[in-house]
Design a protein around this ligand. Structure first.
Ligand SMILES: [Zn+2]
Ligand SMILES: [Zn+2]
Length: 1228
């Protein structure tokens, strides 16, 4: 042998150092061990030492190697390239493992000696003096255990995080350095044991006698751990009889056998005893401490005839299915699917590559990009090490389930306890390892607890995946998912009730022994039903997207208008009526039903409550069912679940439709926007995770109103901690760390001051001309968004050495604040700017709060609901005797309409205010000169209506003003129009609070205001000014005027022969709109009234059919306008021209005695009569109604607006008249 070169010398020196450090043998034998290893290396390298490689110790590997890598001793570059190339077959986009040049030498161990306490679980380790590391092998021989081995080819998959320990994949069988003699441990592995005991097989089965069984391995059960005991079953087929013998292997030292067994190979097991299963009485063989596993050797052994006890048939391994065959059978299955709802899974075998880890925690892997492997039903003690993308697995006797879940895209191969999952080859790709869920994983826990079938399990996994994705950034994964029976985590609180509803009659628990041993296969995967998920809980951005999409789905502008009205509208009015609409969705509007989940937040930027998840925020409006306002600051930061809600989509349209005829042409829709929010009752909320672990007693006990009436203070709680953190990301400027002081426990020495106050008045949120002292210089010119409240300070400020000490309401009692005299009270105006704007949704009039400084946090102490009673009633506000300009009242919104701001109601000047970045953009499509008119009635059935006008600028912060909602208005300005109508406007000192949400049974409210039921029948003599709508039975005395016109839709000038008649300046309009009006005189025996009819009501009052009406209007088109007046002589109106046909027709119609007839008229009081009526002295007059004559004293004629005209038949007339007479006589 040639003398070693210098390089060799250096290499050998390093090798010696390595051996001393990592592999010190028994005294004085290091040299021998090193020699042996070198011999191995030389022979592997064709006689030369692998000088390009260096030894690596286990500890160095673990600490220095941070990415997956592989090492192949003695491979050429080409060999390695070829190996890599082949490995990319399944996933061509993945990079292969990078190659390192490291020599791994060490001992294989099962971990028992390292840690006596440790449960033996069949894991294998490579160890040296420096450390120990888990390893996976494709083949294992017992004689390798505890012998010094050289590993010629291996991959190292490092630890990624705490959850997954790094491990080795042994790609090529290790080479024993000293041959099998090195065995330190005493498992007899050779044929040294004589065949003698095997020959004693004729002995009948006695309890004590030990048996030896030989046979072919037909099935190998998975390693199981139950009650801290690890074991597995194997099945040997005796050669002659084809009888299958189950053997239970249960001794810790025998767990490694599990790695030795290979299907179809023949083995001999000694030292077995008979036992029978307690439950089924089935007989099995059980290993004893002296049991040995021997390779079967035909010459030495003779088969022992088995008793007929083993009559059972072996499970027949179905033939292997390739990927192509599987696709075929999947298609076949798709056809079969139609036959019946309950499907039977087919048992197949399959070989395929892992192409994706779908969800390691749930044990879901994608094979060959086409079928999902589910390992959840087969506990994997090895945590599926090796199942990285790129690895090849063989599945034997797994269940094939087609479409177990409607929303799950793959067919599923479910491995049960009688299935085998065998790793065929390791991945050659640089893919990470994700451990499958341990018994602590929530989905596996629930799988066992509810004994879930595959469809429900997959659904559960998908819910949990979304849940985790959405909320782990708020609370941390472990806090969300952790779950024990006593203390379920948020995820469990969410999922368990769902599962309880789905699995009402809990199927009996899984009998795992039966599942493994039963001759007729029984397991949860056999039968299944395709599950259509009963509910969903998607991310908020998805909720928003779906709601927006649904709100425009099938939307057409014509839905928003009644065609009868729309055809007479000019351009401006038409487009304004389209500009703002809304629709609402409930949980049931979605398929499957949609559950809302979100963390409750309050934004100081938008001053609104929000539900939040990782994806988005959804503004929300929260009310109490008893009408008290929502003020629970303690809920901020809590994770809420809402199943009962109204999701509101406000739609904003910018359109330029010239007239109603163009409504179908969507080109005229210039811009569409939506604003989505949700409203719900606090009583419908479930708290899944209380903020900062605070227990929401009031919510838990279902007694949500206790906050309001708490005198014991049990519900008083602070809000500081969680929310202070949350806000940081949102508004860093205003958050200069002050709040940290208030965090319980953080700064123990911080003292704070608390002060109680009662809110007397709260004003609206708007830009005000205030400056923060600190920012005076910076933003001297800028208006501050702010709100203010007038409060009453109660008692004196109290000093606390720590915020934690601020207890409950006891101080209230101490200071005697509960309404008694002698309390120090001082009125003050509180201004809320910057960060404290977030208290806007929580502050309510009559609410008692505690303010804590520093940190300026608020706690609602109690809410009085007396406000409602102290407010005026709507009839009071409408009454002319009402004095006072600011009014508060409560009522239900009947109708919401957008209108042009009254000319005298200029909105607060906003011009010149630079738009701040991040200003809420909800109502950007409503121009600021718009305002909304809310018609408020005292109760839904009441005819008395008060109109409230709110300009668009205030609307930004007012959510939930929807028809059907009951609202408490504070401090509106009461005004009287020039027609003596009372109305209210929302001003800077006003505020609203929502008393109740619209009833959810309201019809889809996208159309015009809902049709009210027929109004009550009245007499003309008792009309009261507050009346909004009523009905009279009357006689049409005469038609005073009729006017039919075509007017320009843009400028309202007369439109004639397809052109606008305006010349100066010329009008470009192409569109005319027909309008009609008529004034008729009616009387009902008690009085007389002038009725103004518009458009289609003109036809009704003239008794024209729709066809006749169309014809008449079309005749007007060429004339522009046709008007007639009562009493005008024929020909007087149009002397210069020959008598017009249409005029003639209309005149004769009006004069016809047929027109004077009884009608049923629905009307409202005309609040804007064309001329103000002068009160005339009452006079006596004669009236006729049908055949009846009346003499009556009449006052001035009221002016009515026609809403509906109905013809009255003779029978109906007689009946109504008799009714009237009886009422009149009783009332007169
Ligand atoms: Zn099964
Ligand atoms: Zn015009």
């Amino acid at each position: 042998m040639a003398a070693p070169t210098a390089a060799e010398q250096r290499w050998l020196g390093a090798a010696r150092d390595f051996f001393l450090r990592a592999l010190p043998g028994p005294d004085g034998q290091e040299a021998a061990a090193l020699e042996a290893v070198l011999r191995c290396l030389r022979s592997a390298g064709g006689g030369t030492l692998p000088l390009g490689y260096s030894f690596i110790s286990i500890s160095d590997l673990q600490h220095q190697q941070h990415i997956p890598c592989c090492s192949h001793l003695s491979w050429s570059t080409n060999e390695f390239k070829e190996w890599s190339r082949q490995g990319q077959g399944a996933l061509p986009m993945q990079s292969t493992l990078p190659r390192t040049y490291l020599i791994l030498v060490g001992y294989l161990a099962d971990g028992r000696q390292e840690n006596k306490e440790k449960l033996v679980d069949g894991c294998l380790y490579v160890k040296d003096k420096t450390g120990i590391i888990l390893c996976e092998l494709l083949h294992f021989k017992l004689e390798w255990l505890e012998s010094l081995l050289v590993f010629p080819s291996w991959s190292y998959i490092p630890q990624r995080d705490q959850s997954a320990a790094g491990y080795l994949e042994i790609l090529v069988d290790p080479v024993p350095v000293n041959g099998p003699k090195e065995v330190l441990h005493s498992i007899p592995v050779t044929s040294a044991v004589s065949a003698e005991p095997l020959l004693t097989s004729r002995i009948p089965y006695k309890k004590r006698s030990k048996l030896t069984v030989a046979g072919e391995l037909t099935r190998l059960g998975p390693l199981l751990r139950i009650h801290h005991k690890t074991f597995f079953f194997l099945f040997l087929k005796c050669f002659a009889s084809a009888v299958c013998v189950p053997v239970l292997v249960q001794k810790p030292s025998q767990m490694l056998w599990h790695r030795v067994f290979q299907l179809g190979h023949r083995y001999t097991v000694t030292g077995l005893s008979m036992s029978s299963m307690k439950k089924s009485g089935q007989t099995i063989l059980v290993t004893s401490a002296s049991s040995c596993l021997l390779p079967y050797c035909a010459e030495q052994e003779r088969e022992q005839p088995l008793n007929s006890a083993w009559r059972g048939e072996s499970t027949q391994s179905s033939c292997l299915e390739t990927a192509e065959q599987l696709s075929c059978s999947l298609q076949l299955g798709a056809e079969e699917e139609k036959s019946g709802p309950t499907k039977e899974s087919r048992i197949i075998s399959y070989v395929g590559f892992v192409t994706k880890v779908l969800n390691a925690q749930a044990g879901l892997f994608l094979l060959d990009n086409q079928v999902c492997l589910c390992l959840a039903y087969q506990p994997l003690l090895s945590s599926a090490r090796g199942l990285r993308p790129g690895a090849c697995v063989e599945l034997i006797d797994v269940h094939l389930l087609q479409k177990p879940l409607a929303s799950f895209p793959f067919a599923v191969l479910g491995a049960c306890l009688s299935s085998m999952v065998v790793l065929k080859s390791f991945s050659r790709l640089s893919t990470p390892y994700q451990p499958v869920g341990s018994s602590r994983s929530l989905c596996l826990q629930l799988l066992l607890r509810f004994n879930l079938g595959m469809p429900l399990y997959l659904w559960l996994v998908s819910l949990l995946e979304t849940f985790e994705e959405r909320f782990s950034c708020f609370f941390g994964r472990s806090r969300l998912l952790s779950s024990t029976h006593q203390n379920p985590g948020a995820a469990a609180k969410f999922l368990v009730p769902l599962l309880q509803a789905m699995v009402p009659d809990r199927q009996e628990a899984r009998d795992i022994y039966n599942e493994i041993l039963s001759k007729i296969h029984q397991c949860p995967l056999q039968k299944y039903l395709t599950l259509t998920p009963p509910c969903q809980a998607p991310s908020l951005s998805e909720v928003r997207r779906v709601a927006e999409q649904r709100s425009w789905e099938g939307f057409s502008p014509s839905q928003l208008l009644s065609p009868l009205e729309a055809q007479h509208m000019g351009t401006q009015e038409l487009n304004r009526r389209l500009a703002w609409s809304y629709c609402t969705f409930s949980a049931e509007s979605f398929q499957p039903q949609l559950i809302l989940l979100g963390v409750l937040r309050v934004s100081s930027r938008s001053s609104s409550l929000q539900l939040q998840d990782k994806s988005s925020k959804l503004p929300c409006v929260i009310s109490h069912k008893d009408g008290s306002p929502f003020a629970q600051t303690a809920l901020i930061g809590s994770l809420l679940l809402v199943e009962n809600y109204q999701l509101v989509v406000e739609r904003f349209l910018k359109t330029d439709f010239p007239s109603w005829e163009h409504l179908e042409n969507l080109e005229h829709v210039r811009e569409k926007k939506t604003s989505v929010y949700v409203q719900f009752y606090l009583e419908d909320v479930r708290v899944l995770h209380a903020a900062e672990g605070r227990i929401q007693k009031s919510l838990r006990s279902g007694n949500c109103s206790s906050l309001r009436k708490s005198k014991d203070g049990s519900t008083a709680s602070e809000l500081e901690t969680p929310e202070a953190k949350m806000l940081k990301s949102e508004d860093p400027r205003a958050d200069d760390g002050r709040d940290e002081n208030c965090q319980g426990g953080q700064s123990s020495s911080t003292s704070c001051v608390s002060q109680l106050f009662l809110v007397i008045q709260k004003e609206s949120l708007m830009l005000r001309n205030y400056q923060l002292p600190a920012e005076e210089a910076k933003e001297a010119q800028e208006l501050q968004r702010s709100f203010q409240a007038t409060v009453l300070w109660l008692g004196r400020p109290r000093l606390w050495s720590h915020p934690r000490e601020i207890g409950d309401l006891s101080e209230l009692e101490e200071t005697g604040c509960d309404g008694k005299e002698g309390v120090m009270q001082k009125e003050a105006l509180l201004l809320f700017v910057g960060r404290s704007l977030r208290w806007f949704p929580f502050l309510h009039v009559e609410g008692l709060y505690r303010c804590i400084v520093p940190g300026c946090s608020l706690t609602a102490m109690s809410m009085q609901t007396g406000v409602e009673q102290r407010a005026a009633s709507i009839p009071e506000v409408l009454s002319s005797s009402f004095t006072g300009s600011l009014v508060s009242f409560c009522g239900e919104i009947v109708e919401r309409t957008l209108c042009a701001s009254p000319k005298n109601e200029k909105p607060p000047v906003m011009t010149g205010v630079p738009k701040k970045k991040g200003t809420p953009q909800h109502f950007t499509l409503l121009s600021t000169d718009h305002s909304v008119k809310l018609s408020i009635s005292a109760a839904s059935s009441s005819p008395v209506v008060l109109d409230v006008y709110i300009t668009a600028t205030y609307l930004q912060h007012l959510r939930g003003l929807l028809p059907g909602a009951k609202i408490l208005f504070h401090n509106l300005e009461r005004k009287i129009s020039r027609f003596h109508n009372v109305y209210c406007t929302y001003i800077a000192s006003s505020c609203v609070s929502i008393v109740s949400l619209p009833a959810s049974h309201l019809p889809f409210p996208s159309g015009p205001a809902g049709e009210a039921s027929s109004p009550s029948l009245v007499f003309l003599c008792n009309l009261r000014p507050q009346l909004s709508q009523a009905r009279i039975l009357c006689h049409l005395s005469c038609v005073l005027t009729v006017c039919l016109q075509w007017i320009c839709s843009l400028c309202s000038c007369i439109f004639k022969e397809g052109r606008c008649t305006r010349h100066n300046p010329p009008c470009p309009s192409q569109t005319g709109v027909r309008q009609a009006s008529a004034r008729v005189l009616v009387e009902d025996g008690t009085g007389e009234a002038v009725v103004l009819c518009r458009n289609e009501h003109v036809a009704a009052v003239l008794g024209l059919s729709l066809l006749e009406w169309e014809a008449v209007q079309n005749c007007v088109q060429s004339r522009g306008s046709v008007c007639i007046q009562h009493g005008e002589a024929p020909g007087t109106g149009c002397l210069e021209e020959s008598e017009d046909l249409v005029v003639c027709y209309l005149r004769s119609l009006c004069r016809s005695p047929l027109i004077c007839r009884p009608i049923l008229l629905d009307f409202s009081l005309d609040r804007k009569p064309s001329k103000i009526l002068q009160p005339a002295p009452p006079q006596l007059r004669n009236f006729r109604c049908g055949e009846v004559e009346f003499v009556s004293r009449v006052g001035p004629r009221p002016s009515l607006l026609c809403l509906k005209v109905e013809e009255v038949g003779q029978d109906a007339l007689r009946y109504l008249n008799s009714q009237r007479r009886s009422r009149t006589s009783s009332s007169c």
